[in-house]
Structure formats: structure tokens, C-alpha cells
Design a protein around this ligand. Structure first.
Ligand code: GLN
Length: 289
């Protein structure tokens, strides 16, 4: 069949579910992944014909897309900070907002005074998932020594593979932040993008997220939406050096509440920042005054 005919079928089948540009982007990702064809191939060879064997994975993927399975899980990878990350249903698909958080941390730590240049920066990522934050920081901050923890063994398996494939040196550990006591550790920087979507917000979320992404990485009870933030704050008080930095990704509706919580716990220089969509999404603060 002609490749352009397959593309038309994609548009016909998916048009009720996804915008046109997104369908194009799925199609190009899939032909690149399965057939090693560049996205401009149809411009160069508009009548390109693919064989039955070549068609098959594309139509299988189309059936999955119709069932709202994220394209990143179908091809098993995504890009984050211009790097390739393996993903499956055990880890959240890295979001573009989270790239903004990572860039903030990199910019912030790279503008430290020159005399500190050789000083190691001990960084901890809580709830690392695919490892995207930890690995990006390790790659961009040559002074960083990064530890990453997660409650999920299956997530850590993916994160370890991603560290290996991206050539990043990270210490991974299994840890339940809600169960940890006063564990030892001295960090200069702690970062976390914990679960923060309230159960009641499910109704505004898309099926591709609800049906496929790991609920443990996303949801918190309505009665206690800050359960992870309280634990992270307590842990940070025990394990951050004085004047150490805490960076958080947050629920857009809970910014002021988390700022108040941080003030009560002796954090200072609290900065609440919006994401590219104009929503309160990140916090930077310093432990101690
Ligand atoms: N931003 C993600 C979403 O809306 C949630 C990430 C999280 O819970 N940490 O799907």
C-alpha cells in the first residue's frame, strides 16, 4: 500500500480523538520507529509503497492509538531534554513542564560563583520514575553527584536502563518517602515531582493518561493532597544541608498552600513559578533562613 494512503487512514480513524497535528506527529514517529523513514520521506517520494510486512506494525499501532494508548508507550521511548528515554506503563511519560523545572535547576546551579566550580553538588531526586530529572541533571551539571529513589522496583528498572543508555552515573535506591524515618544523607539539592493530581481532578484528564499511565505516580486523595509534600519537606529538613535547595513540581491549584507549608517549616527564599501554560507549577526554596 502507498504510505500516503496509510497516513490518510490514520487521519480518518483518529480524527475524533486527536487534533490533526498530533495525528501527523504520531504517524511520523511511527514510520521513523518501525520503518526507519524520515518524516520528510513523503515529500521526496510521495508515491512510496510499503510492503505488507512493513504495514503491519503501523496498523497495529493505529489500533492501539484508537484505544488511547500513548504513542510513547507504543514505541517504548520518548525524548526529554534532547535525550532518549525508554518508557513503559510502569513510569509516567516525562512532561514538557518537567523540562522547564530541570532547566531552572541547571541554570540556577550553573550560576554559582566560580570558586565553587569544583565542589561536588549532592543531588537527590525523590520519585524518579523514568529517571528523566536525575539523568538530565547528571548530564548537565558536571559537579553533581546524583542519587535517585522511587517506591517502584519496576520504575527503577527503567530508570537504570535510561541512565545506562544516556551514559549517566546515578545511584538508584528503592525508597518509600511516606515510610522513611530519619534516614541519613546530606544533600545540597533535593528535587521532586511527586504525585499531585487529586482524585476529583480525574474527570478533566484524558483517557490516554487515565487508562495507561501509572496511577501511583499521579494521584493523591482529595482529603490529603499534600501527603507527599509533607513527607518531602520533613525528609528535606532532616537531610538537606543548611541553605540547601528544594525544587518541587506542584499541582497548579495548590501553589499558595504549599508556599505556606514551606514557610511554617523554616524554608526561605520561596519562589513560585508558572509553567509554559501559565499555571503555577514549580517551587524553589532554601532550607533555613
Ligand atoms: N503533570 C502530570 C499530569 O498532569 C502529573 C504529574 C504528577 O502527578 N507528578 O498528568
Amino acid at each position: 500500500m502507498q504510505l500516503k494512503a496509510i497516513k490518510n487512514i490514520f487521519h480518518k480513524e483518529l480524527k475524533g480523538i486527536y487534533p490533526k497535528e498530533e495525528i501527523d506527529s504520531f504517524f511520523y514517529l511511527l514510520i521513523e520507529h518501525f520503518l526507519h523513514l524520515e518524516r520528510f520521506v513523503l515529500t521526496l517520494q510521495p508515491n512510496l509503497v510499503v510492503t505488507k510486512d512493513e504495514e503491519e506494525p503501523l496498523f497495529k499501532a493505529l489500533a492501539q492509538l484508537s484505544n488511547h494508548r500513548p504513542v510513547q508507550y507504543i514505541i517504548g521511548s520518548t525524548t526529554f531534554m534532547d535525550m532518549n528515554f525508554m518508557v513503559n506503563e510502569n513510569v509516567l511519560i516525562p512532561r514538557p513542564e518537567t523540562e522547564e523545572l530541570v532547566r531552572w535547576i541547571i541554570d540556577d546551579l550553573n550560576t554559582k560563583p566560580k570558586k565553587d566550580e569544583l565542589k561536588e553538588i549532592r543531588v537527590l531526586d525523590i520519585g524518579t520514575g523514568s529517571g528523566c530529572i536525575a539523568i538530565s541533571l547528571a548530564k548537565h551539571l558536571f559537579q553533581a553527584k546524583v542519587v535517585a529513589v522511587d517506591i517502584s522496583r519496576d520504575a527503577l528498572k527503567i530508570a537504570k536502563k535510561n541512565a545506562l543508555s544516556n551514559n549517566a552515573n546515578i545511584d538508584f535506591e528503592i525508597m518509600d518517602i511516606l515510610a522513611i524515618g530519619t534516614s541519613g544523607g546530606h544533600y545540597d539539592v533535593i528535587v521532586s515531582n511527586p504525585p499531585y493530581v487529586r482524585e476529583s481532578e480525574r474527570n478533566v484528564m484524558r483517557e490516554n493518561v487515565l487508562d495507561y499511565e501509572p496511577a501511583t505516580a499521579l494521584f493523591v486523595p482529595d482529603e490529603d493532597p499534600l501527603v507527599f509534600y509533607r513527607a518531602i519537606i520533613q525528609f528535606s529538613k532532616n537531610n538537606l544541608v543548611v541553605k540547601g535547595l528544594l525544587f518541587l513540581e506542584i499541582n497548579q491549584y495548590l501553589g499558595e498552600t504549599i508556599v505556606t507549608l514551606l514557610k511554617q517549616h523554616n524554608f526561605s527564599e520561596i519562589e513560585l513559578r508558572k509553567d509554559m501554560f501559565g499555571n503555577d507549577r514549580f517551587i524553589k526554596c532554601r532550607y533555613g533562613r
